[in-house]
Design a protein around this ligand. Structure first.
Ligand code: SF4
Length: 356
C-alpha cells in the first residue's frame, strides 16, 4: 500500500487574541492521495481555510501555536523552517485563493508574475520562463496568451483572473494544489468552466487537489473524498459518494438539506441549519454542534453535552462520523444497545425530521 501524498495527523492550531485563545483547528486528521481531490466543506469559521493556510506556513507565527503533524511526501510541514516552506510553496504545493484580484499584484503584468514564480523554483532564464508562462496561460484557456501576458490583472475579467491564478499555481506542476473557494466569486457558468479546467489539468499533471468550499454542489461535482468540518473539528470524512448520498452526521445532513434543488416547489422555504456556528473562544462543551442539533440526546448526563465525539467508522470504504448516535460499541463509549436507546429518544431526520 502506497503512502498518501499528504498525511495530516491531529493538527491543532490556536490563536492568541485579546479575548483569549481561539482553537481554530482542534485535532484534525486526513490524507490526500496523489491525483485525487479532497473536498473540505463547512460554514465560515469551521477551520477549513486555517487548516490549509497552516499547511503552507501562511500564519502569523508570533500569535499562532501549531501542533500535530502534516507530512508531504516525506517532508514534515509543521515546524518546518521558513526556507523549507518557501522552497515547497509554488513548486510542490500551490494555492489558488478565492479573490485573484487581491492575490495578484496590481503592479506587475500577469506574465511577469508567472515568470517570477517559475524562475524562482526552476532557475530558468527569462525567455524560457516567459515562453512557459504564455504556454500555461494558453493551457488554461486565455485567448491570445502572448498578448494577455503583457497586461495587468485589472484588465482581466474575474474568470480570466482566476484562470491566470491557476496558470501561476500550476506552472511548476506541483504535487498538491490547494484551492480555497476558487469559484465563490464567479457566476455559475464561469464556475463550471474553472472546475472543468481544474479537472482537465489534474488528469494531465496528476496533481492532488484540496478544494475548500462551502458549496456542496461543487464538492459533489469534483471531489473523490469529503471532509466536513465544524468548529475546528472533523465531523464526517469519507468517499464523496458515501458522505453525500448517505450522510451520517446531523450537521452534514443539515448542510445537504439546505441546498435548494431545481425540482423543489417554488414556494418551498429555504431550510438553513438552525442557529449559528459557535464562538471558537468558548465552544460548547461536549459535541460543539449540540445547541443546533435536532437529534441531540436528551436527558441528564447526555453524552452530547458532556463528551466530544470522535470520528468512528460508520460502514466500509473509510466512511467516518463523529456523532454519539453513530459511535459503535467501544468507539466512544456508546454500545449498540445504548445506541438504539439513544435513537429511540430522538426523531430520526431520515424519517421526516427537521433536516433529512
Ligand atoms: Fe447531535 Fe449528539 Fe451527534 Fe452531536 S453527538 S451531532 S449533538 S446527536
Amino acid at each position: 500500500m502506497t503512502s498518501p501524498l499528504l498525511a495530516v495527523r491531529d493538527l491543532r492550531v490556536r490563536f492568541a487574541t485579546e479575548g483569549g485563545v481561539v482553537k481554530a483547528v482542534d485535532g484534525v486528521s486526513f490524507d490526500v492521495e496523489r491525483g485525487r481531490t479532497l473536498g473540505i466543506v463547512g460554514e465560515s469559521g469551521s477551520g477549513k481555510s486555517v487548516t490549509n493556510l497552516t499547511l503552507l506556513g501562511l500564519h502569523n507565527p508570533a500569535r499562532t501555536t501549531v501542533e500535530g503533524s502534516a507530512v508531504l511526501d516525506g517532508t514534515e510541514l509543521v515546524g518546518a523552517s521558513e526556507r523549507t516552506l518557501r522552497d515547497l510553496r509554488g513548486q510542490r504545493v500551490s494555492m489558488v485563493f478565492q479573490d485573484p484580484l487581491t492575490a495578484l499584484s496590481p503592479y506587475y503584468t500577469v506574465g511577469a508574475q508567472i515568470v517570477e514564480t517559475y524562475r524562482r523554483h526552476t532557475g530558468a532564464g527569462r525567455r524560457e520562463a516567459l515562453d512557459r508562462a504564455i504556454e500555461m496561460l494558453d493551457r488554461v484557456g486565455i485567448p491570445q496568451a502572448a498578448r494577455r501576458a503583457r497586461e495587468y490583472p485589472h484588465l482581466f475579467s474575474g474568470g480570466m483572473r482566476q484562470r491566470a491564478m491557476i496558470a501561476m499555481a500550476l506552472v511548476c506542476e506541483p504535487d498538491l494544489l490547494i484551492a480555497d473557494e476558487p469559484t465563490t466569486a464567479l457566476d455559475v457558468t464561469v464556475q463550471a468552466q474553472i472546475l472543468d479546467l481544474l479537472g482537465e489539468l489534474q488528469a494531465q499533471l496528476g496533481t492532488a487537489i484540496i478544494l475548500v468550499t462551502h458549496d456542496l454542489g461543487v464538492v459533489a461535482d469534483v471531489a473523490d473524498e469529503v471532509l466536513v468540518m465544524y468548529a475546528g473539528r472533523a465531523v464526517e470524512l469519507g468517499p464523496a459518494t458515501r458522505v453525500l448520498e448517505t450522510p451520517k452526521h446531523p450537521y452534514t445532513r443539515g448542510l445537504l438539506a439546505s441546498v435548494p434543488r431545481l425540482s423543489d416547489p417554488l414556494d418551498r422555504p429555504l431550510r438553513p441549519v438552525p442557529g449559528a456556528p459557535p464562538s471558537l473562544l468558548a465552544p460548547p462543551p461536549g459535541c460543539a454542534f449540540h445547541p443546533r442539533c435536532d437529534q441531540v440526546i436528551a436527558g441528564p448526563g447526555s453524552p452530547c453535552r458532556t463528551r466530544a465525539p470522535v470520528l468512528v467508522g460508520v460502514g466500509d470504504s473509510g466512511h467516518e462520523a463523529a456523532c454519539h448516535l453513530e459511535a459503535g460499541a467501544g468507539a466512544a463509549g456508546v454500545g449498540s444497545a445504548e445506541r438504539e436507546r439513544e435513537r429511540a429518544q430522538v426523531p430520526d431526520a431520515r424519517e421526516g425530521g427537521k433536516n433529512p
